[in-house]
Design a protein. Structure first.
Length: 176
């Protein structure tokens, strides 16, 4: 695994890096023999009430992400790795069916009941071209956490969303 550690408003020393490598070895075992091609980005941020750690794993055309907070940086990292392992376990059969990630080694994961995604509501939306500021305004007016819109500048569908830190994010489509 290619591990990159970014520390914001704090220092992540060699002990944290060693702890991260040890914890991510569990994830590498689940990813299989090609796990050395995985790119892992760990972002540690000091907050007023503790530490926040975000772990993003890019492997085989898929992205796993977890963000957790705790008083200690190592505890937050442990929680993130647990979330990532849970994500792999929960979606193991779906991942096995995909051709691009069929190289995962799921033999050591206990079988869990596969749940189907149940679409309970389908909604058609009218997408007139608007700019990003107008889309954020519409999202706030509807009270939703995200808003799909046709970007007037690029003529592509984009999504704006409300972030946990109070800011806004913009999802832009990109081909691999």
């Amino acid at each position: 695994m290619n591990i990159t550690i970014v520390a914001r408003k704090c220092t992540a020393g060699p002990t944290f890096q060693a702890h991260a490598e040890k914890k991510l070895a569990k994830l590498a075992r689940l990813l299989g023999p090609d796990s050395d091609q995985a790119d892992v980005k760990i972002t540690a941020t000091a907050q007023k009430n503790g530490m926040t750690v975000e772990v993003t794993v890019r492997f085989g055309g898929m992205v796993l992400r977890a963000e957790e907070g705790a008083q200690q940086i190592n505890d937050a990292l442990d929680s993130c790795v647990d979330v990532l392992v849970r994500q792999l376990r929960k979606n193991k059969t779906r991942l096995e069916k995909r051709n691009t990630v069929s190289r995962f080694d799921f033999t050591d994961i206990a079988d869990e009941a596969e749940e189907d995604f149940d679409v309970v509501r389908r909604k058609a939306v009218c997408c007139k071209p608007v700019d990003v500021d107008e889309a954020i305004l519409q999202m706030n007016l509807t009270g939703h956490q995200f808003y799909l819109f046709l970007n007037a500048e690029t003529d592509h569908f984009n999504v704006v969303y409300r972030r946990n830190d109070g800011g806004y994010g913009l999802l832009v489509p990109e081909r691999e």
